[in-house]
Design a protein around this ligand. Sequence first.
Ligand code: 3PY
Ligand code: MG
Length: 232
Amino acid sequence: MTDDVRLGVWAMLGEPRTSAALEAAGFDWVLLDQQHGHFDDAAVRATFALRRERRVPVLVRPVTNRVDVIGRALDAGADGVVVPLVESAAEAEAAVAAAHHPPRGLRSFGPLPGSDQAARPFVGVMVETAAGLAAVDAIARTPDLDLVFVGPFDLAQSLGTTVDDLLADDASDAPLRRILAACRAAGVRAGAFGATEPRARRFLELGFTDVVAALDTSVLAEGAAIAARVRA
Ligand code: 3PY
Ligand code: MG
């Protein structure tokens, strides 16, 4: 596996202590999910308040692509955002602008610690619809964009297929290959929500680099295997 691969853990539970512990667990990045997980703003802030050192980047998936919502996540201390359901170059530019202070962007100044003027935010956008797929070349070329990230569940739903068929599609113009090619041409990172071991492996095999290897819930479930081993 190349050094360029970054395996992430996706936190859904909205549990600050669990999420802070995941930062030290050996993943390359942690994401706090506000769109579908139990992270409200208070849980996001509590997670960052427990942070003693910046071991690995901690990102937030905001509920939506809005300047106020993205600004709040970054003000809380997020190193970056992964913005859901981006369908056009204009929406990708809006996400980048929301994350950057002027002159690059529109992010408002906040005086509390965490709202760090100097830090450059990491910005990812999710391509997870047929419209996003159709616009992926232009999306990937958005200035200051760091990552295009595939949401395979929404993408499969939008394309009328299944996640496993999407992953198995080996055609040169298969949706996942088109996304990867767009990322490579534009020089941005290519990420994907693997979440299970076989899917994470398949995304890596295809060439994606920023892959979710586990959820906080699956980390806990894997821990239960200890009991089975002790019993055996
Ligand atoms: C998707 O697969 O659509 C996701 O957004 C993963 O959380
Ligand atoms: Mg999705």
